[in-house]
Design a protein around this ligand. Structure first.
Ligand code: ZN
Length: 430
């Protein structure tokens, strides 16, 4: 077409040659116009050529996304193809070990293959289609958070005695168990994988001791000492060839360590009445622990007495108190018979209270401290005589416990600490 335009220009100029009377100036002007036309023709050709190239560049080509044909401009990017095809590649989601959604799109990335070959991120960014390409887009897989397996110690539980009797003791010490647990790195969730070892519960039993061998035994117990009356009690016991069990206050041990050693030397038994005679239904767990542990330590350190048995002040001791004791004690002992000496009812009444209706294995409550104990001193020789007349033998508490076959030998001792390979429970069994 351009060639024809140039031909047309030549023809025009040829026609001019036949025009008569043309000046030189007119001839020059005519030649200039001819160049202009030629340039215009060239420009037009260039424009048309460029236009053609432009159209060629912007032509549509056909590619395939997951087998579906998509007609798209030549050299489109992958993103443009997805827009055109309505394809939205998605990463997988991230889930916790328990299956809870942690992060949408937090899982594996989507993948794109070109003609069967998976593209890297850089390769994907560089895509410029020329036609005929076949893309396979695959959404990312869901992922589960990282996790690790750790071992967890599981504490035993405390199984309280079904019914409270005079002597409550640990019939089975507890032991820790081991769980294997999977812990989610992001969620912190824990899933039990395996119980490697079940914890062994700590079990309490409570009985009114009864000798299994037919002996008739009673146990005299004295609380709240030592005091100036303690020596008088001991003198009477020695004169009678009898023994008793003394539940001493930890706060009294320092000043009376000699008296305590004298009791043990005479065949009596010394156990703990806790440190400061508090009501442990009204103390904190820490206070209960200190009151228990400190009294045992005072007896051991100041008087050389090893015991793990307490008589709780006011008889107040429940499973919560047991938990608070943290394995320092093996038995809690109250009484079957109350002398009611604290009412100062007179020696005759105390004797009556301590000798009437006594049953085999009874534990009798008296006091050698905490106030005026002169009535106890007056009553004690007669109590011993009458009980013996009734056929009873006076024994220490551990002797009485030992005589009952239901109580294991270890639990019947004055000092029966928790074995080292055992563990104290942190909570009470339902
Ligand atoms: Zn008391």
């Amino acid at each position: 077409m351009g060639h024809n335009l140039i031909q047309a220009g030549k023809a025009k100029r040829g026609r001019g040659m036949h025009t008569s009377g043309e000046t030189d100036m007119q001839g020059k002007a005519k030649r200039g116009r001819g160049w202009a036309i030629a340039l215009s023709v060239l420009a037009a050709a260039a424009v048309l050529g460029f236009g053609g190239y432009h159209l060629w560049l912007h032509r549509d080509v056909r590619v395939y996304v997951n087998g579906v044909p998509v007609d798209i401009r030549y050299r489109s990017s992958f993103g443009e193809i997805c827009d055109e095809a309505g394809v939205v590649p998605e990463a997988g989601d991230l889930y916790s070990i328990a299956g809870n959604l942690i992060a949408t799109g937090g899982g594996g990335p989507f993948t794109v293959s070109l003609d069967g070959v998976e593209l890297s991120e850089a390769q994907l960014d560089a895509v410029e289609v020329e036609g005929g390409e076949s893309f396979t887009v695959r959404d990312g897989d869901d992922a589960v958070e990282d996790s690790e397996v750790v071992e967890r110690i599981t504490a035993p539980r405390l199984v309280p005695a079904e019914r409270l009797a005079a002597v409550t003791y640990v019939s089975q010490w507890g032991a820790n168990g081991i769980d294997r647990v999977r812990v989610g790195a992001v969620s912190g969730e824990e899933i039990l994988e395996e119980v490697v070892q079940e914890p062994r519960d700590c079990v309490l039993a409570s009985v009114n001791p009864v000798p299994s061998d037919g002996r008739r035994l009673v146990c005299l117990t004295f609380d709240d000492g030592p005091s100036p009356y303690t020596a008088q009690v001991l003198q009477i016991l020695e004169e009678k060839g009898a023994c008793a069990t003394f539940f001493v206050l930890g706060s009294n041990v320092g000043p009376w360590s000699d008296a305590i050693q004298g009791l043990e030397a005479a065949g009596c038994e010394v156990m703990s009445h806790t440190m400061n005679h508090r009501n442990h239904y009204a103390t904190t767990s820490d206070e209960t622990y200190r009151e228990t542990a400190d009294a045992f330590a005072a007896l051991r350190d100041c008087a050389g007495v090893y015991t793990s048995v307490i008589r709780p002040p006011y008889g107040n001791w429940n499973e919560h108190c047991w938990i608070s004791s943290r394995g320092t004690m093996s038995a809690s002992v109250i009484w079957n018979v109350d002398s009611r000496d604290w009412e100062l009812p007179g020696a005759d009444a105390i004797v009556e209270n301590c000798t009437s209706g006594i049953e085999n294995g009874d534990i009798i409550l008296l006091h050698d401290g905490g106030g005026d104990r002169s009535q106890d001193i007056e009553a004690l020789p007669r109590i011993i005589d009458i009980l013996r007349e009734q056929g009873f033998e006076l024994v220490t508490l551990s002797e009485l416990m030992d005589a009952d076959d239901r109580i294991p030998d270890e639990a019947a001792r004055q000092y029966a600490p928790m074995p080292e390979d055992c563990a104290w429970p942190a909570q009470i069994a339902e």
